[in-house]
Design a protein around this ligand. Sequence first.
Ligand code: BES
Ligand code: MN
Ligand code: ZN
Length: 498
Amino acid sequence: MKFSVTSGNPAKQGGSCLVVGVFADQSLSAAAQQVDKASDGALSRWLERGDLSGKLGQAQVLYDLSGLRSERVVVIGCGKTQELDARRYRQIISHTARTLLDIRVSQATVYLTTLAVKDRDEIWNVRQAAEGMMAASYQFVQCKSQSDAPPPALTELTLGVSRRKTLPEAEQAAAQAQAIGLGVALARDLGNLPGNRCTPSDLASQAEALAKQYEPIKTTVLDEDALTKLGAGALLSVGRGSREPTRMLVMEYRNGPKKQAPIVLIGKGITFDTGGISIKPSAAMDEMKFDMCGAASVFGTLKACAELQLPLNVIGIVAAAENMPDGRATKPGDIITSLSGQTIEVLNTDAEGRLVLCDALTYCERFEPAVVIDIATLTGACVIALGNHPHGVFSNTDELAQALLEAGEQSFDRGWPLPLWDDYQEALDSNFADFANVGGREGGAITAACFLARFAKKLRWAHLDIAGTAWLTGKQKGATGRPVPLLTQYLINQIAAD
Ligand code: BES
Ligand code: MN
Ligand code: ZN
């Protein structure tokens, strides 16, 4: 989708479609007032007839208004003026997107960006509108033999701002949205692919493709021989039951000062999680194809980063394996030796995410990173604790946790903090190895994070548990592409902080 910005009078905008807002108290937004004036009170007349309720999400398409250069006007209900907050703004944008996609216009000029949103400014509105439109026009059709849905018609979007002065900043916001939108789409594509079309080797090809596409990215793939030589016994133990070979992918995006310590992003890349010998019940097991969404978010964030040519060094590491039961699979009670040298009693083979991540955490020490963030669909317990709205945020460094929470607020891809206290560590005690890979049902998201913390002692590290946020279930089943917006925002903020 092509974006542009404008500060002109809506009545003077040509093109297929103008979008303005009306509130529940029947008042017109500033842009709607301008349209009303130019069209000799047309909107006021529609209001009088009761056709524009202003209810949040209500959409009315009006044709042939006099005095305007645009072919049609879409009036969107924005609810109550005082209630218009970030969340409701995003709902308004998503209703708008659905309407524009339904009426199949190829171009639209949207003035909802000039609405007053609680605690946000027009620049934020622009970025969210552009991101929201891209997200709404996403389709996953690559596995259909024939697509019944035609591709979206909407390809050009102009976003309005009130003052000329804000145009350059609005342009930058649109460019960020474009990059984030592409990153989110990549993460959704990879997440939505089924286990048989997205194996660890397929992820390796993706990593190589990214390096081909973007000059600053260099990809290294570690195969099972390399991982054995290295001693990545925890990662390898997870893939033992699978015919699909395990891989570790290292994507180095180097576009910052040579000496600048890199930011490392580590993604859980379980391309399918049956649970292994501790096998999962079959209900909804298909959704365990999404168990590589952490990895997908690393790909997506690197793509956004490369699109924006951020002057940073960022290294993406993906620990990729398929967790299957088999005669050779790791069994409950097996003791494995991690890359760190620490031994682990595998009491539950379904707690495999932490096993692939712990070796990646140790591996990344060699890059002497400034910070390390892992992203993982790690625990069902996180979904119980927080539901489907925020990611669980853990960190051994308070400033890092703060920076991630802040980036989440800014991008509205929010996280929520959970404790990493040592009090939880004893749940992992083992009679036979250094510690176990599970700590019982209580505080399961936290004990999982505590397990990882044992491998991050030398690192400024954070962990995002995205088990509740990486995909939607039910009728709208599909990957969300989260937390690409949060991570990209965090990276953007690191430039500003320098
Ligand atoms: N991939 C799952 C976590 C998961 C489950 C995410 C359901 C989203 C929805 C992970 O590998 C897992 O199986 N975790 C276990 C850990 C337990 C055995 C300690 C879990 O959460 O049940
Ligand atoms: Mn599992
Ligand atoms: Zn898993």
